[in-house]
Structures are given as structure tokens and as C-alpha cells.
Design a protein around this ligand. Structure first.
Ligand code: NDP
Length: 452
């Protein structure tokens, strides 16, 4: 097609990855546009990480109120929870963040094109009837909750709807054993909802270290969540305001809401990619090479839509590497090894590096260090929650290759540990590090006895 193009880079999707790519490119003086048909910020800001974490905070107060009694606090009235206050305050906070995203884009010099974008060919995109041309198109449209089809599946809701419910349910069935299922089960249970988690597999959070995912399972049950493993839902029936789920065990569960957290799929439907040579996998995600280039040379894709690692910080990193590749020195790379991650389940789980099983496959001899203890808060607070920490060490090199934690502040602590592990820390160097006392984190530098 004849130059000049309207833009150097036209990004479809103003989520974490798309906005970062647009801003970085625009700051280099390039002509950049971002197309978005919803609120700015994508899944993370609107129906993901941010509102989820706010809900997690909300759901933890009840236990804190209870623990406060042991520290001398009393109250004449039991605390009351108001769902609409939480939901509406959360909505206000998200609106504030949407505005920050708009300001950041504007300040960078990128143009926001509001409306649904459809790719017309390798260099052109149509938005609300207007065609825009661009040297490069970046598809950063993210993902969308996936609910399998079965009799009554239309009665199930996804995480998207959970953030805007009119009323807090009294009873809930949550389906799935991954991040979203365990996180929402914890939120609902903490807010006082009678919660039943149903998962088809034998172990929740199956991609995590087995010791750790079992601690999460145990902790969730102790807090009152009912968990049915190796169980599927055959159908859901509506009976008045209730939904009745028929389980493969023959049991029937009645609930005010049935949440399906059964994965997220790339948002590529009706995007016009069939007008290009972009290749999709059977699950709708886009195939890209190491530079995020699709099979159509002028079209790139990153973030959840390429289905590598569905995490916000990964999409952001991919965006920075792509902009460096297209418009910079081309020296940066995304290192997919050692990505730290946290599940904001209750108890919280965070880790970096290899699980014990993965390490045993990779190394001849592996040393395991485990520490399990009661957090200080509960010495007077009376709760039964515990903290478990685990280090996986390659005995040949003494390198710490995996670091895992279940318990309060796990995500905060593991972020620091991730730096050490990325830098190639050895167990000996950890042992030589002075702890911060009294803290839970100091256990990571005081583990001397090998568990296995
Ligand atoms: P996950 O892939 O983590 O989990 C999906 C779960 O649904 C699995 O347990 C899976 O079972 C189950 N499942 C899939 N299909 C079916 C089916 N047809 N019937 C019954 N169960 C089914 O997806 P999530 O939806 O929880 O989250 C999506 C992604 O978003 C995560 O993978 C993560 O990358 C990201 N995320 C990150 C968060 C964080 O960083 N804290 C928080 C939330 C999401 P099986 O294991 O048997 O396949």
C-alpha cells in the first residue's frame, strides 16, 4: 500500500500491554493510535487484578476484627458488611484509574480512537466506519472468560459479572481449580457467602508446587469453604431465584450464583484477522515468533491474546521489548524463566522458579527446605492460619531454583526473593543474609534443616 500511513503504530486494545506499547512508542516521537471499545486499562484494571485485590482486602476484615479481641479491642456491635458500598467504592476507584490511563496516553502523544476496531488488511483498521492506515498493527486485545457449553450453562456467570453483582449472594458455587476460582472462593467466603468450590481435577492449583497447593486447599477448608474435587457439573437448572447444579457425584447444589472460572480465551472473534495472513491456534490465540510478529509481517500481537503467560507484568514487559525491537535498538528480550506469581487465595500463595517436581526432573539431586509456623498475629489473635515456606535447591551448584510461600504477605515477600533468585542466589548466600526480626520473611534466611 502507498505511504504515508496515518500512523506508525496502531494498537488494538488499551489494556496493560497495549497502553504500555502505545506510550513507549509515542514517547519516541512516533505517530501512534490506540483503539478501544471499552473502558481503558483492560482486564487488569476493570475486571481483573485491581478490583479483585480490593475485594480480597474487603473479605479479610472479618478475621481481623476477630483477631483484634485478643489484642484488647472490643466493640458493642458486631461489624456489618454492605456489598453496595464496596462495589460502588470499587467502581469509583476504577473510574479514577481509567482517567489516569487516558491522561497517560494523552501526555505521551498517542491518539485514542474510541470504538470497536476491525482489521481490514495488513495495514488498515476500520473503527466506526473510518479507515486508518498504519505501518504496523499491534493486536493486544487480551482474553475473555470461557464457560463450556452444557445444559443450563447460560445460568452461569463469569468473573466479569462478579464485580458488578446487584446483591451479595448468600450461597455460591464456584467452578474451576485455577487462579480465579480459588481467589473468588476466598473472597465470597470471607464476605460471609456459603461457598462450595467444584473442581474436576484431583488437586487445586495444579501447576504450582504440590506441597504449597495442598496448604492452600487445607487453609481454604479450615476457613469454611467446601471443596469437591474430581467432580463435574452436568447441568444447571433455574428454580425461582435459585440455581441447582447437578454434580457428577449425583449430589445437587443449590446456590444464588454459579461462577464459572474455567479459563480465559483470546479475544480474537470478529476482529477481522481473517482478512490477513495472521495464524490462530485452535483456542483462538494468535501465533507469534520471538519478536511478537504474526504470520502477517506488519501485524504484531502480545499479552493474553498470544496465550503464553496470562499475567499483566508479562504483557507490559512484552510491550517494552516489542517497542525496542520495532523502533529502538532491538536489544531487549523477555525472559520467561523465573516469572514470580501470586494467587490471592486465602491463604495467599506466591512463588518464583521451579516446583519440587520440576526441579527433580531437571537436576540430579535436589535439597528441600521447609518451614511451617504460626504467624505472630495469631499468637494473641487466636486464628489457626499458618505460614509455610519452601526452598528448592540444586545440590550440585547450591543455587536456589525455587522459592514458595503460602500465608500472609506471600506476594510481597516473594517479589523480593524473585530478585535474588534471578540474580542466581545460592543457599549459602541466603544463609549468610541477616534476617529482619521479628518478621515472617526472616524464615527464608534461617532455614538450616533439610526436609528432604
Ligand atoms: P486457569 O487456567 O488458572 O484455571 C482454569 C481452571 O478451569 C482449571 O482448573 C481448569 O481445569 C478448569 N477448567 C477448564 N475448562 C474446564 C471445563 N470445561 N470444565 C470444568 N473445569 C474446567 O484460568 P482462570 O480462569 O482461573 O484464570 C485465567 C488466567 O488469568 C490464569 O491462568 C492466570 O494466568 C490469569 N490470572 C492471574 C491472576 C493472578 O496473577 N493472581 C488472577 C487471576 C487470573 P484443569 O486444570 O483440569 O484444566
Amino acid at each position: 500500500m502507498d505511504e504515508p500511513f496515518d500512523f506508525d503504530l496502531l494498537v488494538i486494545g488499551a489494556g496493560s500491554g497495549g497502553v504500555r506499547a502505545a506510550r513507549m512508542a509515542a514517547q519516541k516521537g512516533l505517530k501512534v493510535a490506540v483503539a478501544e471499545d471499552r473502558e481503558l486499562g483492560g482486564t487488569c484494571v476493570n475486571v481483573g487484578c485491581v478490583p479483585k485485590k480490593l475485594f480480597v482486602y474487603a473479605s479479610q476484615f472479618n478475621e481481623l476484627f476477630e483477631a483484634s479481641a485478643g489484642f484488647g479491642w472490643t466493640s458493642s456491635e458486631p461489624p456489618q458488611f454492605c456489598w453496595s458500598t464496596l462495589r460502588d467504592n470499587k467502581n469509583k476507584e476504577i473510574k479514577r484509574l481509567n482517567k489516569i490511563y487516558a491522561d497517560l496516553l494523552e501526555q505521551s502523544g498517542a491518539t485514542l480512537l474510541e470504538g470497536r476496531a476491525v482489521v481490514a488488511d495488513s495495514h488498515r483498521v476500520v473503527i466506526r466506519g473510518t479507515t486508518y492506515s498504519s505501518r504496523y498493527i499491534l493486536v493486544a486485545v487480551g482474553g475473555w472468560p470461557y464457560i463450556p457449553e452444557f445444559p443450563g450453562s447460560e445460568h452461569a456467570v463469569s468473573s466479569n459479572e462478579m464485580f458488578f453483582l446487584d446483591a451479595l449472594p448468600k450461597t455460591a458455587v464456584v467452578v474451576g481449580g485455577g487462579y480465579i476460582a480459588v481467589e473468588f472462593a476466598g473472597i465470597l467466603n470471607g464476605l460471609g457467602v456459603n461457598t462450595h468450590l467444584v473442581y474436576r481435577g484431583a488437586h487445586l492449583l495444579k501447576s504450582f508446587d504440590r506441597d504449597m497447593s495442598e496448604k492452600v486447599h487445607e487453609g481454604m477448608c479450615k476457613k469454611g469453604i467446601q471443596v469437591s474435587l474430581e467432580t463435574e457439573i452436568g447441568s444447571i437448572e433455574r428454580l425461582g431465584k435459585q440455581f441447582v447444579a447437578s454434580l457428577s457425584t449425583g449430589e445437587k447444589l443449590s446456590a444464588d450464583v454459579v461462577l464459572y472460572a474455567t479459563g480465559r480465551r483470546a479475544n480474537t472473534k470478529d476482529l477481522g484477522l481473517n482478512n490477513t495472513s495472521v495464524k490462530l491456534r485452535s483456542n483462538g490465540s494468535i501465533e507469534v515468533d520471538e519478536h511478537f510478529q504474526t504470520a502477517d509481517p506488519s501485524i504484531y500481537a502480545l499479552g493474553d491474546v498470544i496465550d503464553r503467560v496470562q499475567l499483566t507484568p508479562v504483557a507490559i514487559q512484552e510491550a517494552m521489548v516489542l517497542v525496542d525491537h520495532l523502533f529502538g535498538e532491538g536489544k531487549q528480550e523477555v525472559d520467561y524463566e523465573g516469572i514470580p506469581t501470586a494467587v490471592f487465595s486465602q491463604p495467599e500463595l506466591a512463588c518464583v522458579g521451579l516446583s519440587e517436581d520440576q526441579a527433580r526432573e531437571r537436576f540430579a539431586h535436589v535439597n528441600i527446605f521447609i518451614s511451617d509456623f504460626k504467624p505472630m498475629l495469631h499468637s494473641l489473635g487466636g486464628g489457626s492460619e499458618r505460614i509455610t515456606m519452601k526452598l528448592v535447591v540444586d545440590s550440585a551448584t547450591d543455587h536456589v531454583v525455587g522459592c514458595h510461600m503460602v500465608g500472609e504477605h506471600a506476594a510481597e515477600i516473594i517479589q523480593g526473593m524473585a530478585i535474588a533468585i534471578k540474580a542466581g542466589v545460592t543457599k549459602q548466600q541466603m544463609d549468610a543474609t541477616i534476617g529482619i526480626h521479628p518478621s515472617a520473611a526472616e524464615e527464608f534466611v534461617t532455614m538450616r534443616t533439610q526436609a528432604r
